[in-house]
Design a protein around this ligand. Structure first.
Ligand SMILES: [Cu+2]
Length: 147
């Protein structure tokens, strides 16, 4: 029910403000094992206009953050970022070792083959926000999901 309403709002906003159109492909989430509390969501995003991804939410986890992973010296570090830029017409990839959506305090283990809804909030260059839902397919855990 909540999902349907979010989708409807996103469509309404698009119609009113001619916002950037975002195409999402290959959305997936790394599966978790029972003791594991955090994992990442990855996808490819392409916007028709300059925009930025500012936040994410999902019923699969208590806390959802937009993260970046980068080498600092010779240590791989992860941090929350305010936004991820989506330059017009360019495909931005959220992938292991780079940007990702972080699911923290996963409600229950995510097993391979399941689908996780993730709601993304994007701000266009005019400052208008829009929200849309992505279905991320759960892939096999590989033990690298813990940060
Ligand atoms: Cu992370």
């Amino acid at each position: 029910m909540r999902t349907a309403r979010i989708a409807a709002i996103a469509i309404a906003l698009l119609a009113q403000h001619a916002l950037a159109e975002i195409t999402v492909s290959e959305a997936w989430v790394r599966g978790t094992v029972p003791a594991q509390k955090a994992t990442g969501v990855f996808m490819k995003l392409k916007s028709t206009e300059d925009a930025k991804l500012v936040s994410a939410a999902s019923p699969a986890a208590t806390i959802v953050e937009v993260h970046e992973m980068a080498m600092k010296g010779n240590v791989m570090e992860m941090r929350a970022v305010e936004s991820i830029a989506l330059p017009a017409g360019k495909t931005v990839e959220l992938k292991p070792g780079g940007y990702h959506v972080m699911l923290i305090d996963v409600v229950k283990p995510l097993s391979k083959g399941a689908t996780v809804p993730v709601t993304l909030t994007v701000v266009g260059k005019d400052g208008k926000r829009s929200t849309f839902e992505v279905k991320a397919e759960v892939r096999a855990p590989d033990g690298h999901g813990k940060h």
